[in-house]
Design a protein around this ligand. Sequence first.
Ligand code: HPA
Length: 279
Amino acid sequence: MLHDQVTEAADYIRARSAQKPRVAVVLGTGLGAFVERLTDSTRLSYEGIPHFPSATVDTHAGELVLGMLGDVPVLALSGRFHYYEGYSLQEVTFPVRVAKALGVDTLVVSNAAGGLNPQFKAGDLMLISDHINFIGDNPLIGPNDDALGPRFPDMCEPYSEDLLALTEEKALAMGIKTQRGVYLACSGPCLETRAEYRMMRHIGADAVGMSTVPEVIVAVHAGLRVLGFSIITDECFPDALEPVNIEKIIATANGAEPILSSLVDSVLRALPPVTGTSA
Ligand code: HPA
């Protein structure tokens, strides 16, 4: 049972750190160095945590880090699992379940994404306002465990409007330019065709990538408040498309890392308590 596996993983972590995390941060491509900001940290390799899948992509470290950001206890997930690596979406989202079991009420997610909105440029930072699940699968398929969340979770505001507003306020004060937009997730691993980019733009997407949406679906199911970021690493404009260059994508993501890290830092230090029923 998923519930028992989550409990076992959470017990393992609790036995190794007395910290009670309030926020979980999934460190996608380009946010890896965020963990360096945490103090009094306990680092646990994914391999040792019961039922955790182990990371395969070498850009991700595969470590769970508990630490303090000022007086905010944070759980950082350094290294994530992708559907294209062959994991099920239940496996991909397992760390989010464990974060919830440890008492987290807010999830911050980040990724590297291709820009579809012609106003975006490589290097831009996009706050995710909504998403389109184009993966063709859903982590909630199968019997529903009512102890974890409802059968039919509402998705009218998966990304907290309050946190979007707070982040924009902080970004403005720090002189950081941000975009807002809809993130579309596909399975990967191949990049998309021109015809696919054209269609994605038509159906309302501003950015495209291969992650994040499964974690957000599970976070909403678990009643977590979500804040999401995409670093726009390349321009996916169908009429001016260039062959993808993965090294360049990673370099662009790493270039934006200090800005995104400092923005997440300032938002988390100012995080208001969760209010209302929908978390
Ligand atoms: N598609 C296109 N460009 C990208 C992606 C993607 O999934 N991720 C980062 N840049």
